[in-house]
Design a protein around this ligand. Sequence first.
Ligand code: FAD
Length: 435
Amino acid sequence: MSGSAIEHCDVLIIGAGPAGLAAALAAAPSGAHIVIVDDNPAPGGQIWRDGPGVELPIAAMQRRNAIARCANIRLVSGTRVIAATAPSELLLEDAERGWRIGWKKLILCTGARELLLPFPGWTLPGVTGAGALQALVKSGLPVAGERIVIAGSGPLLLAAAATARKAGAHVVRIAEQAGFQAVAGFAAALARWPGKAVQSLGLFDASYRTGRHVLSAQGDGHVEAVRLRRGTQGEEVIACDRLACGFGLVPNTELGQHLGCAVEMRHGAPALTVDAMQATSRADIYAAGENTGVGGSDRALVQGAMAGHAAVGAIALAEARRGELARWDAFAATLHQRFALAEPLRRLAAPDTLVCRCEDVRHAELAPRNDWTDAKLHTRCGMGACQGRVCGAATRFMFGWAPTAPRPPLSPVRVATLAALHSQDHSAEETTHAA
Ligand SMILES: Cc1cc2nc3c(=O)[nH]c(=O)nc-3n(C[C@H](O)[C@H](O)[C@H](O)COP(=O)(O)OP(=O)(O)OC[C@H]3O[C@@H](n4cnc5c(N)ncnc54)[C@H](O)[C@@H]3O)c2cc1C
């Protein structure tokens, strides 16, 4: 398909994680022409990320195989959404070309990303997010024999540690910022969700400690040690070859906001607003999974199925899943209550700590600013390649700022893709004039 072609489908799904795959499989029996677009090389999203040596769980393989068997589902991997080009049309780009796609119903299943908080040394080579380390290892990063410290908050720390250990790394410490009582309370509450209890037992790690948070990463050209606060018991310094530090997840709402969908604060972060049938504030757009509020893969699967059914008019099938969703919403609420971020984490950065890594903006330059827009105008914070995806969420937590909706392009884009768009608009205009 050339840069000027327009593809059409009945149901367009953005994101091939648990929510997107479940949405496609729920919509498929209607016979609708379905397209799933995802920017990763293979379907699965974050939890079922594929890569060299990765053994995907049965739940992931079953869904991948089922999608492959559906003649009315087209999976388009390695493809990013650049912008909306009309109310029901998106501009897409893969490694070779750009094209437009129009839809009758759109389901946003764009997931979440990690919350990274700046601290002294966080930009040293060898320091990554916790989920980012997991993604790197699954993509083939060799870590065998390395000493790794994993810090931050939430169950993702344990999942990342399990992946690193399986790849031969020596996980020397998992530092959870939540206190012992909060974590013990979470473990006790898991009796309501037995599957999660079993999963967490399998992830247990003797190096796990509660009530600790990162203070700084130290090293000359690469991380060599991490300094941790040990609750009220002072500090400890641990030698390591890598530090993986993530403070929970932030919903990916940007595409929805760009399309005019409403957002609301849920569990302390903006999330896409949905009704009981997963419809957003735009009747032709649904949302499912972590972009509606972080709550784990089981909630994403149920929401995805509900959105898929609802998008093709199978309302009774969607309604039948509401009880299940309520159960996973309760799990999400417990998770956020128990792993709420502690107040001192707002003050991890020193005056010379970079907050915006794309535009090299330091904490001292941001501290006097009034809000996100003021900071952008005076410092270029959030105006680099990631368009504020990292520093926007960090400054929301540190300063209480509310980043504004993103402007297109939503991802870096090739000039050829934009030029093809322009030439198509131009030739359409000429055709209209000639007629
Ligand atoms: C780095 C990371 C690692 C995680 N690891 C685990 C884990 O090991 N265990 C666990 O239980 N939970 C994990 N999670 C939590 C995870 O988010 C959920 O459990 C589950 O994957 C959510 O499913 P989802 O379908 O909502 O979103 P995701 O699985 O995040 O899927 C969303 C998909 O949409 C794609 N996408 C987003 N925006 C666009 C766009 N504009 N254009 C094209 N494609 C787009 C993404 O690349 C992704 O493939 C992880 C989260 C993160 C951020």
